[in-house]
Write a protein that binds this ligand. Structure first.
Ligand code: ADP
Ligand code: MG
Length: 475
């Protein structure tokens, strides 16, 4: 029996089918066409660039395993992007194809060797101390200013970002702290500043790192006894971007080392850019001296985008993906998903997937179904502040009373309930919960959780409290 592109691909599909969700299989694998098999490379045709990126992001492993099973270790996969003719004359589509390729049916080969290394973030922790060492910036070029749509909700932060990018270290916005809720664009904007600086000042060393990774590196350095190398490495950076600094809360060792790095950079006119999910005044368990540094420069908030901005974000996204969608559908999505740009994008991606790959027409009904799923499926993140507010409201007291030192029974109970829900609904440690709810210690929080568990199995009234508050917290 001869081995053909089709037979190899069929075997791959059988394997893939067994290993992923049926819906995903239908959406992402059924539309693929096996085109040719040459030099142990299988070419498959996919309907769009977006489609190819999605496969690469979510299914590269299963593709690799299945193909290696068929063709051995030297197997290669080549994607051919063939777009529908209907998109052919649209601006966004023609843009990404070199003009020489502009024929009526467009195909583009993307050769992807199975080499995950290139997409893995390199450890920025390269041999410190050597000058002119090239440090990978860890920036995502897609997170550019161009793609960061302006609106009232982000105007201040965005223009401050542009100012910093034009003169890193040379404005009074140092540090620049960008803060705001989840999915509002903090990470995107922080990258955009870095990308722009790299573009304007290629010789500058820019480094993007999450506070979490920074912490891990620090811990590793202590273990390996090279804390000084760690510090030194960070001190040679020209533009340091640390994402989600709230992660440092309660981690005094990391805060301490960051304090020294910060001072060194700041004194030497280097730029520091930080993001956080809250304003400095609301940050918990961050040392005072560090907090006061955060406030030296500018704190700029990203707020919820208004309707117009949401519409333009969606339109821009569709344009970049080369997809057309009727205005009323875009507006429907924008009207119904309000508080989180990531969800907004997620909903539109599902819509694109449903429509272009299942060959379903995009209708308001389809949009409704998808938006509904989205709004339901995404759990809102609850903060400890929010929990305290809900519990205090429920018992008709204010948050100060809930946190107070009093031993009055109903207040103690309210406080214990707040602690219980904070443990249940957030990732915060017992110690951090305690310190945020009236400056108690971790043992008090642990005791509170046990008490609430006991009482809710023995006391009917108390169980009702728990049920009511659960409801309030989940809407
Ligand atoms: P955060 O870090 O605040 O949680 P992200 O920066 O990860 O949020 O943003 C979530 C998603 O929303 C990203 O895909 C980002 O590109 C997009 N996004 C947020 N704000 C904007 C904007 N103003 N214009 C375009 N895309 C945006
Ligand atoms: Mg982020």
């Amino acid at each position: 029996m001869s081995v053909t592109a089709q037979s190899v691909w069929n075997n791959c599909l059988n394997f893939i089918k067994d290993n992923i969700q049926p819906q995903a299989y239908k959406t992402w694998f059924e539309p693929i066409i096996a085109v040719k098999l040459q030099d142990n490379a299988l070419s498959i045709q996919v309907p769009s660039k977006f489609f190819y990126e999605w496969l690469e992001e979510h299914y590269v492993k299963v593709l690799k395993v299945s193909l290696t099973k068929e063709l051995g270790e030297t197997a290669k996969l080549v994607y051919i992007i063939k777009m529908e003719n209907t998109y052919g004359n649209k601006q966004p589509f023609t843009e990404r194809i070199p003009s020489s390729n502009r024929t009526s049916v467009k195909a583009q080969d993307v050769d992807i060797p199975f080499d995950n290394k290139s997409r893995e973030l390199k450890n920025p922790f390269v041999i410190p101390g050597i000058r002119n060492v090239k440090i990978e910036s860890q920036l995502n070029p897609n997170y550019s200013f161009e793609n960061f749509l302006e609106g009232d909700s982000n105007r201040l932060a965005r223009s401050a970002g542009l100012a910093v990018a034009a003169k890193p270290g040379g404005t009074s916005f140092n540090p620049l702290l960008i803060f705001g809720g989840v999915g509002l664009g903090k990470t995107h904007l922080a990258h955009a500043i870095g990308v722009d600086i790299k573009d304007k000042y290629p010789e500058k060393t820019v480094l993007y790192i999450s506070a979490e990774k920074f912490t891990q590196q620090y811990i590793d350095s202590v273990k390996k006894n090279n804390r000084n190398d760690f510090i030194h490495f960070y001190q040679i950076i020209d533009v340091l971007i640390i994402d989600d600094v709230q992660f440092l809360s309660g981690k005094s060792g990391t805060q301490d080392v960051f304090f020294h790095i910060f001072n060194h950079l700041h004194q030497n006119g280097k730029q520091v850019i930080l993001t956080s999910d809250k304003a400095p005044v609301d940050m918990q368990d961050i040392e005072q001296r560090l907090l006061s540094r955060f406030k030296w420069g500018l704190s700029a908030e990203l707020q919820h985008p208004d309707f117009e901005t949401r519409v333009s974000i969606l339109k821009n996204k569709l344009y970049r993906d080369g997809v057309e969608m009727p205005d009323d559908i875009i507006e429907y999505v924008a009207k119904n998903i309000k508080t989180n740009v990531r969800e907004l994008e997620g909903a539109i991606i599902s819509l694109i997937a449903q429509s272009s790959f299942n060959k379903k027409e995009i209708t308001i009904d389809l949009a409704k179904q998808i938006v509904e799923k989205f709004v339901k499926n995404t759990k809102r993140e609850v903060s400890i502040d929010y929990i305290q507010k809900v519990v205090s409201d429920y018992f008709q007291m204010d948050v100060d009373t809930l946190q107070s030192k009093t031993r009055k029974r109903h207040i103690v109970q309210a406080r214990q309930l707040a602690m219980f829900f904070a443990k249940k609904m957030t990732k915060a440690s017992l110690a951090s919960i305690g310190s945020q709810i009236g400056k108690r210690d971790h043992a008090t929080v642990l005791h509170a959780c046990k008490t609430v568990n006991n009482l809710s199995s023995t006391d009917k009234q108390f169980r009702k409290y728990v049920e009511d508050i659960t409801k309030k917290l989940s809407v």
